[in-house]
Write a protein that binds this ligand. Structure first.
Ligand code: ADP
Length: 297
């Protein structure tokens, strides 16, 4: 599949400090890529360079259809979008439409449609000053997609939202992902797990791991088992008695698979006389992979 974006050797050097250090990756069309890394690892700097807001010190950024004005090909949601509180949502959208190269009669309809898509259909005439954090985040998303960009860059799109707001925005992003290529940074790894074709792990400005979620899982996940019980106490008794590295998580026990085979586990479970509701392979959580990747030497 044709890449929408190809980045090679992307570097941002500040005086005496390299915030981004030689990133090389590409984004295939209509895929979602999560940019993950600890605070200060260079996520915002990377996205700002890709969005054209910050000039790279070296390296190349190539968009497909590079003849086009990148403003019409890219949508960007900054981590902390700035709004004029005295503007109405519709006025702000019209401004954003103009900045991204839209003009003419279709602007008003596009603004209305986009506000409707992000769930602000009734708020067009309201002043942004009275918006909640969640509404501002939606408006930020709306301005990023008003011109139907081929590439959508999002800096921590859900981290300021409560769980319900995160759900809704993730749902919108999934829908947008059907027809758009998305690169987003996040530290909410549960969300990344839900909507990721490719993972990029940054540490100290460098890409220390990248690949499809499945491959990264296989590489860092190793093997393991998850045993489910009816209640937490039973899980704790089982984990306490198990001769292997066993951790409880509510009424589930996870066992690192390196030291034990499924046969041994089943034998132990049979002898243990606890009501087990399920035994299966553990699917490793992205959070655990993240810890392994960032701590790797
Ligand atoms: P992240 O988004 O992963 O938290 P950032 O991209 O914001 O990381 O920052 C990466 C590093 O670059 C940080 O250590 C930050 O302090 C540094 N940095 C950001 N902007 C500047 C700047 N203008 N001058 C010097 N250092 C900067």
């Amino acid at each position: 599949m044709n890449p929408v974006l190809e980045v090679s050797g992307l570097t941002k050097q500040y005086e005496g400090f390299r915030a981004v250090d030689g990133l090389t990756f590409s984004l295939a069309e209509h895929t979602a890529t999560a940019l993950i890394g600890p605070n200060g690892s260079g996520k915002t700097t990377t996205l700002s360079m890709l969005a054209g807001l910050l000039r790279q010190s070296s390296g190349t950024i190539r968009f497909s259809g590079s003849g086009k004005d990148p403003r019409s090909a890219i949508g960007f949601l900054p981590q902390y979008p700035n709004f004029f509180p005295w503007m109405t949502a519709m006025e702000y959208m019209e401004l954003a439409a103009g900045l991204s190269g839209l003009g003419g009669r279709e602007v008003r309809t596009a603004c209305e449609k986009t506000l409707g898509f992000v769930g602000l259909g009734d708020a067009g005439k309201k002043r942004i000053g009275g918006f909640s954090g969640g509404m501002k985040q939606r408006l930020g998303l709306a301005q990023a997609i008003i011109h139907r960009p081929a590439l959508l860059l999002l800096d921590e799109p859900v981290s300021a939202l409560d769980p319900a707001g995160r759900r809704e925005v993730m749902k919108m992003l999934k829908e947008l992902g059907e027809s758009t290529t998305i690169l987003y940074s996040t530290h909410i790894l549960n969300d990344a797990e839900e909507m990721t074709d490719q993972l990029l792990f940054l540490r100290n400005g460098q890409l220390i791991e990248q690949g499809p979620l499945r491959e990264v899982r296989e590489k860092y996940g190793g093997t393991g088992y998850r045993v489910l019980f009816d209640d937490r106490k039973a899980a704790e008794r089982f984990a306490g008695a198990a001769p292997w590295d066993a951790n409880t998580d509510g009424s589930a026990v996870t066992i690192s698979g390196e030291a034990v085979s499924m046969e041994e586990l089943l034998r132990f479970a049979a002898e243990h006389h606890e009501d087990i509701t399920d035994i299966g392979r553990a699917s490793v959580r992205l959070e655990d992979i993240f810890m392994k990747v960032v701590e790797k030497p």
